[in-house]
Design a binder for this molecule. Structure first.
Ligand code: NAX
Length: 328
């Protein structure tokens, strides 16, 4: 029998955790032939709630689920981890400045990076979901010097999937007809969803739409502010869609992206497209042999360039802030 893959999930008792764990255990993260063991990390106050979720996971009798362990200690939780989904984070509270938020999250992602460095498996892949995701990933990565930097990703797949559906609705096509969309930059309001290289059933999306006002005033803000719109409508932030995006991201990372298409993922820049090396920025990306590659040689006009640069600038500022705080 195949050796189970150890999947560590932080923030397991939260709302994304609740939507995520059942899908991992059912085989959707790694595929229908891969048994998994779950290692759940929570803060001590939430361990009992995580135990409740574990009881429900037991009650599903998932054939692929080979064990569940619950921890309130990062070192133990990441021991032997092959995949780590870093969902638990410190949310912004009223009156909190960005620097305070980054500092509070540094208190979570620094020790988690150290724990990954100390005990995770050699093939560890880390996806950071907890916000501010890109810079949290940078903090964790910089405290895991023995792990290749490109194993630390941040999630922009939810933004990507949101953009797919908005574009599909606009042109009246199924989402499966849309290819080569890109989210550039930071998972924040400055992100740039780019349709200039996108295709609708093989035809260029931007040309087909031919309406820059729609792009500028509707599409981009709708995608970038979708999280806030969900909170407004649902009274709670995106959870099932965020979990779905995490599943999509890791599945593609491990199994590869389909031929003739790409997706969006944030990982350390190699300097492509003028994004400073090391910043964890979202790119057009294909996965081959278990590694992300940036799609090269895309021509970006001034409309795109300006927006990519603004989001990357924000990432650079976040990095400078955490550098001053001694977190990277
Ligand atoms: P919840 O507040 O429901 O759950 C977070 C859980 O994390 C809580 O159970 C908390 O006890 C736990 N936690 C806190 N500190 C921890 C630590 N040091 N170790 C382990 N667990 C810890 O939030 P939820 O709605 O699940 O969202 C989780 C994170 O995802 C938030 O930071 C949120 O902003 C972020 N999101 C990121 C998205 C993305 O696209 N990248 C989209 C969805 C979501 O907004």
């Amino acid at each position: 029998a195949q050796v189970p893959v150890n999947v560590t999930v932080t923030g397991a008792a939260g709302q994304i955790g609740y939507a995520l764990l059942f899908r991992i255990a059912s085989g959707q993260l790694l595929g229908p032939d891969t048994p998994v063991k779950l290692r759940l990390l929570e803060i001590p106050q939430a361990v009992t709630a995580a135990e409740g979720t574990a009881m429900e996971l037991d009650d599903c009798a998932f054939p692929l689920l080979k064990g569940i362990d619950i921890f309130d200690d990062a070192r133990q939780a990441f021991e032997g981890a092959n995949v780590a989904l870093l969902v638990g984070a410190r949310p912004r509270s009223q009156g909190m400045e960005r620097g305070d938020l980054l500092e509070a999250n540094g208190g979570i992602f620094k020790p988690q990076g150290e724990a990954i460095n100390a005990g995770a498996a050699d093939d560890i892949r880390v996806l950071v979901v907890g916000n501010p995701a890109n810079t949290n990933a940078l903090i964790a990565q910089s405290h895991a010097p023995d792990v290749p930097a490109d194993r630390f990703n941040a999630m922009t797949r939810l933004d990507h999937n949101r953009a797919l559906t908005q574009l599909a609705k606009k042109v009246g096509a199924p989402v499966t007809d849309i290819k080569k969309l890109t989210i550039w930059g930071n998972h924040s309001a400055t992100q740039y969803p780019d349709i200039f290289h996108a295709e609708v059933d093989g035809a260029n999306a931007a040309q087909r739409i031919g309406d820059e006002a729609w792009l500028r005033d509707e599409f981009i803000p709708t995608v970038a502010k979708r999280g806030a719109a969900i909170i407004e409508a649902r009274g709670a932030s995106s959870a099932a869609s965020a979990a779905n995006a995490a599943i999509d991201h890791v599945y593609d990372w491990v199994n590869g992206t389909p031929e003739g298409d790409w997706t969006s993922a944030a990982f350390p820049s190699d300097g492509s497209y003028g994004v400073p090396e090391g910043l964890i920025s979202s790119f057009p990306a294909v996965s081959r042999g278990g590694r992300w590659e940036i799609v090269q040689n895309l021509e970006n006009g001034p409309f795109s360039r300006e927006r990519i640069d603004a989001s990357v600038q924000e990432l650079a500022e976040e990095r400078d802030t955490v550098r001053k705080l001694g977190l990277v």
